[in-house]
Design a protein. Structure first.
Length: 305
């Protein structure tokens, strides 16, 4: 849709904009890289970026978006921490006439629609990420594994879709069994804590599927401390493709990781410019992501975040 269609707010062509970026938290390499990408691009363009950090609280993130609406910014870039709680503020921005771009994670797409209530969703295909992780695991293990799944933050798009993509794919492979699944909140610390407990209860596990690299890296440490050899007795696969994960691949601890790019700045702001220029914006703008394993980890190090 283009501006004005379906009641989408109007945005004038200007050389400089004042925009909000309401970050959900800053507790991982991925979040920091995403923030840096937004800040660097705003700086390059000479735009004013109002940055907020909700520290993992959806209530705070809601308050941060409302404060941006009250400040009458030109546009809002929102990476919603969880789908349902952040849905109402999307409508509040629309009513206030402020174009909102949902980036990285999404909101409740039953209740609000891209191209009608907000401009578009920009991000990765999390379902495909889960499928790609499963495909690799099936190939590497010959279709036989007892898997511990470390889930992301409950209610967040990547946790929901990465689980679905993985589980749908392994349905055809009865030798791949998920024997335990628990959230580790997308953090390294919880990845360590949760794995430490689970590996005691499920010592026959032969694989770990973590919804992000941070949790996988924490779990690798926990497995090693529990007397396992990551990469030998337990195969690890995860998502994000951060540099420390590629290093773990090179060292043989992590098997593979599906890239999920945090570099939103250039694409996000270009989309705003296209919208202001009256161009038709697709409802979903999906990032092209790579896949890393031992065959390309070393040569990809310098281009990873
Ligand atoms: O994979 C994870 C972060 O929303 C796509 O959030 C993002 C995810 C990313 O906590 O590491």
């Amino acid at each position: 849709a283009a501006q004005g269609d379906g009641g989408l707010p109007k945005l004038a062509v200007k050389s400089k904009y004042r925009v909000c970026f309401n970050q959900s938290e800053m507790n991982s390499t991925w979040r920091k890289a995403q923030t840096k990408s937004m800040q660097d691009e705003a700086k390059r363009l000479g735009w004013t970026l109002i940055f907020t950090n909700a520290n993992g609280s959806v209530e705070q993130q809601i308050a941060d978006v409302r404060s941006c609406i009250a400040q009458r910014v030109d546009a809002i870039f929102l990476p919603p921490r969880e789908e349902k709680p952040l849905t109402p503020v999307v409508l509040e921005a629309k009513r206030a006439g402020i174009p909102l771009f949902v980036i990285d994670r999404t909101v409740d797409e039953e209740a609000v629609k891209a191209g009608r209530d907000y401009v578009t969703f920009i991000g990765s295909d999390f379902y495909a990420e889960g499928r790609r992780a499963a495909e690799w695991l099936v190939k590497t293990t010959g279709g036989k594994a007892k898997v511990i799944e470390l889930l992301g933050s409950p209610g967040s798009t990547p946790a929901i879709d990465r689980a679905n993509g993985f589980h749908d794919y392994i349905k055809k492979y009865p030798g791949i069994q998920v024997i335990a699944a628990q959230t580790a909140q997308f953090t390294r610390e919880e990845g360590f804590n949760v794995m430490k407990r689970l590996i005691r209860s499920y010592p026959t596990a032969t694989a770990v599927y973590a919804h992000n690299d941070e949790m996988a890296l924490g779990a690798i440490t926990a497995a090693r401390e529990a007397g396992f050899t990551p990469g030998t007795d337990i195969t690890f696969v995860s998502i994000d493709g951060q540099r420390s994960a590629l290093e773990a691949i090179i060292l043989g601890k992590l098997g593979a990781t599906v890239e999920c790019s945090p570099n939103f700045g250039p694409k996000a702001f270009q989309t705003l410019k296209d919208y202001a220029a009256g161009k038709k914006i697709p409802a979903r703008i999906i990032n092209d992501d790579r896949f890393f394993d031992l065959s390309n980890a070393l040569k990809s190090l310098s281009s990873a975040f």
